[in-house]
Design a protein around this ligand. Structure first.
Ligand SMILES: [Zn+2]
Ligand SMILES: [Zn+2]
Length: 779
């Protein structure tokens, strides 16, 4: 778990490449409302701390002295560089001319137009992010990115983190640690003097100091320093010392950036000056550990968000308000869908109403499985660690698994179904005629998430996926991919969710040879291209280096009603696991090949198709066996299947969270745990109410009745608040004519005066509405 934070440190040093980090190992603190500021126009916060330290911390002057000295040297060096004619090619194809070491991206933007100049956040020079005021060194390709570009947004928020860092130094005299951008803003992590904690009442003073920095339009100045100079500059700060020692190889240099009194270790780049930030706000704070490790110092994190336009801040706040109203944890409680208990953190208790949703989701997918030629299996939950060693999980994933001892051997709860499915495939001979095998399972999975990272249904320890492994022949990959894309469209379309696809390629810690990876990546690229060319303007993106360790993957991101994006589905192409488990199938030419195969490999083939895992290591600390030692040559006449891992919902738990917020608790009829409420006008028709309940229940609908002593108006109001899709109000007339008076939640005109429909007709229409899983509830 600590990896994510270590990663963040690495990336904070490395610049802003892909800096969204999860807040793992954070200790969430109760949200605190910043109290109203004191009326008097004071320069003090409620903590009694002055707005700014006076005198300022000594390290500010010390850092500046080193910076100014080296800066003068570097400027002299730049002045001596030869000025040569260079040409800069813009994304539009236009070419601009200038002198090397003089021409800056900002000058080019200003030459093109004032609005482009003002809008541009960062430049990209030959693919590398580049400060707008940094002179170009040679002829190059230049892109100008604005806030709407994901990289531009990261740079903007990363730059804003410096402003927050500056405010914190000026206000607290603290030791800063790291300040990366995150998904919806940025944070700065720091140690306050004497281990103090951030108070909500500090927000306003910090924002005030930040506003001063913004008003000053402090330029971000870049400077390269050697490791020795860095250690000297940050001698006062043990966290920066650690990062410099750990991340910067001896004999090398990296950059620092200065804005106002702050000088920070950072690869950059940044916006040209702090004045680009037009709206800045602190959102929350929490406690964390240095490097995410509970053995290290406890630190304070302050989160903020910023925009280049005040209007965007207002929109952002409105969106947060709307999101809070829809929070699945809140709706889950109100609608009695699920709860969590401290006796098993991260493992959900689904209540009867939540189970109705869960089961409806499951039967929808099962129904599609039936149509699409899938077959379901059920495999064990716990396995001997030998299995995980063979699959590679022990080496790459052990920290995320729950492990334990059984009869002196190491075991683990499964975090995924894949290795078990390999055992299913390999438990007998397979023929090419059987392929593709689409092996589905709704098995329970466990992953060892840190307790501090658990949040509602979105971050859990126990969950189930709509998991499938497709074992197919090489030549079936394209058609299986096409079928999967169609499956996605059907499923997401059914919920009114749109989706985008991203291909993630080979990561650094990959398993297997590069050639196999290239082959897999090429297959996926082809399938994506084909789908996108036929599916009416869909497109896909490349996400280099973010694949799983065993194969490239396609991540599918869905967007909900608030246009928030979530990654649910993945497709992973895997040439590795079938090798690790020696999976094979008889090819069409197998009989022929068998006749000529040498005696030795025939004997091997007769032993069975899957080599059993080696016995567990007696010493669990012993190094796992070399992955290659599990592998066996293919039996003559046989070929390896390709394994495609895929899930569409992802986990049921997280998908239910997403749907709860997407629908804001107003479930479509087919998913709804409260489909119909029947309210009698007077007790005399209670028998008719009971009869109706029976009729609709018989058709599999969730029907409640309210024959309590409350007034009719109150019953209807309660039913509306509970989000019943339909409320039937029945009196003598309805009983007499065997009709129901229907109020439809989604059609406001029916709220005051319902629609009179014969019972038989209503039954028919409701069955249709349910079976067709329609979103539009008009009947
Ligand atoms: Zn920076
Ligand atoms: Zn899998």
């Amino acid at each position: 778990m600590a990896d994510a934070v270590k990663d963040a440190v690495e990336k904070a040093v490395d610049g802003v490449k892909n800096l969204a980090v999860d807040n793992e190992n954070e200790q969430p603190q109760k949200p605190q409302q910043a109290k109203k500021e004191k009326k008097k126009k004071g320069q003090e916060s409620e903590s009694g701390r002055p707005l700014e330290m006076n005198p300022p911390p000594q390290y500010i002057a010390d850092r500046n002295a080193i910076f100014d000295k080296v800066k003068a040297e570097q400027e002299a060096w730049i002045a001596k560089q030869p000025r040569e004619d260079i040409s800069v090619t813009l994304a539009s194809g236009d070419v601009r001319a200038g002198k090397s070491w003089e021409l800056t991206p900002n000058q080019i933007a200003r030459d093109i137009s004032k609005s482009l100049f003002e809008r541009t956040v960062i430049a990209r020079v030959d693919g590398e992010l580049w400060d707008l005021d940094r002179p170009l060194e040679k002829s190059c390709k230049l892109e100008l990115l604005d806030f709407d570009h994901p990289e531009g947004k990261k740079v903007f928020w990363h730059s804003s983190a410096h402003v927050l860092g500056e405010a914190c130094e000026r206000h607290y005299g603290c030791s800063l640690c790291i300040g990366p951008p995150v998904e919806d803003g940025f944070y700065y992590e720091m140690a306050l003097p004497d281990g103090g904690a951030v108070q909500a009442s500090d927000y306003k003073p910090l924002e005030k100091v930040a506003e001063k920095a913004i008003k000053d339009k402090q330029p971000f100045e870049r400077l390269t320093l050697t490791k020795e100079q860095l250690l000297e500059m940050f001698a006062y700060n043990k966290y920066k010392q650690h990062i410099i020692q750990d991340k910067i190889p001896d004999g090398t240099s990296t950059t620092v950036y200065r804005c106002g009194p702050l000088i920070d270790l950072c690869r950059g780049p940044h916006v040209p000056h702090t004045g680009r930030i037009k709206a800045f706000q602190i959102m929350k704070n929490s406690a964390s550990y240095f490097l995410g490790d509970a053995k290290n110092d406890s630190l304070q994190r302050i989160y903020g968000v910023s925009f280049p336009d005040k209007k965007q801040m207002d929109e952002h706040k409105k969106m947060l308000e709307e999101a809070a109203k829809r929070d699945h944890r809140k709706i889950g409680k109100e609608q009695e869908l699920f709860f969590f208990h401290e006796m098993s953190p991260g493992s959900c208790f689904f209540l009867p109403h939540g189970m109705i949703i869960y089961n409806a989701l499951q039967s929808f997918i099962r129904n599609e499985y039936w149509k699409r030629g899938y077959s379901e299996v059920l495999s064990p939950n716990m396995y001997n660690s030998s299995l995980w060693k063979q699959s590679g999980h022990w080496q790459h994933y052990q920290d995320d698994m729950f492990t334990f001892d059984v009869e002196k051997e190491k075991w683990a709860l499964k975090p995924m179904n894949c290795p078990g499915h390999c055992l299913v495939f390999g438990h007998r001979e397979r023929s090419y005629r059987e392929l593709p095998i689409r092996m589905a399972e709704f098995g329970i999975l466990h992953r060892n998430e840190a307790s501090g990272a658990l949040t509602g249904l979105t971050r859990v320890r126990r969950f189930a996926q709509d998991d499938t492994h497709i074992f197919c022949r090489d030549d079936q990959i394209e058609s299986e991919m096409a079928a999967l894309f169609d499956f996605f469209q059907t499923v997401y379309g059914n919920f009114g969710l749109t989706f985008k696809m991203k291909l993630s390629t080979r990561p650094d810690n990959h398993l297997g040879d590069i050639e196999t990876w290239d082959k897999a990546e090429a297959r996926l690229t082809k399938a994506l291209d084909e789908f996108c060319s036929t599916s009416g303007g869909s497109s896909w993106e490349l996400n280099p280096g973010d694949g799983a360790f065993y194969g490239p993957k396609i991540d599918i991101t869905i967007a909900d009603a608030l246009k928030r994006e979530f990654q649910c589905a993945t497709i992973q192409l895997d040439f590795q696991l079938p090798q690790q488990f020696n999976l094979e199938y008889r090819t069409e030419n197998a009989a022929e090949a068998k006749a000529i195969e040498p005696a030795e490999s025939k004997e091997k083939a007769e032993k069975g198709f899957i080599a059993s895992a080696p016995p567990a290591e007696a010493d669990s600390e012993a190094k796992p066996k070399d992955e290659a030692s599990y592998r066996r040559e293919l039996t003559p006449g046989c070929a390896r299947p390709v394994m495609i891992h895929r899930a569409i919902y992802g986990s049921f738990e997280r998908f239910i969270a997403i749907l709860t917020e997407h629908f804001a608790g107003k479930w479509p009829f087919w998913l709804s745990p409260r489909q119909i409420l029947i309210v009698p006008v007077m007790p005399a028709v209670n028998d008719y109410v009971l009869e109706l309940q029976g009729l609709f229940r018989e058709k599999g609908m969730h029907v409640d009745i309210d024959i309590s002593g409350n007034t009719m108006q109150k019953k209807i109001r309660t039913g509306q608040l509970a989000q019943y899709n339909f409320i039937f109000v029945v009196g003598a007339q309805e009983k007499e004519s065997r009709t129901v008076n229907i109020r439809n939640r989604d059609i406001p005109e029916t709220q005051k005066m319902g629609e009179l429909v014969p019972v038989t007709e209503a039954l028919e229409k409701f069955v249709q509405l349910k079976d067709e899983r329609r979103l539009n509830s008009a009947i």
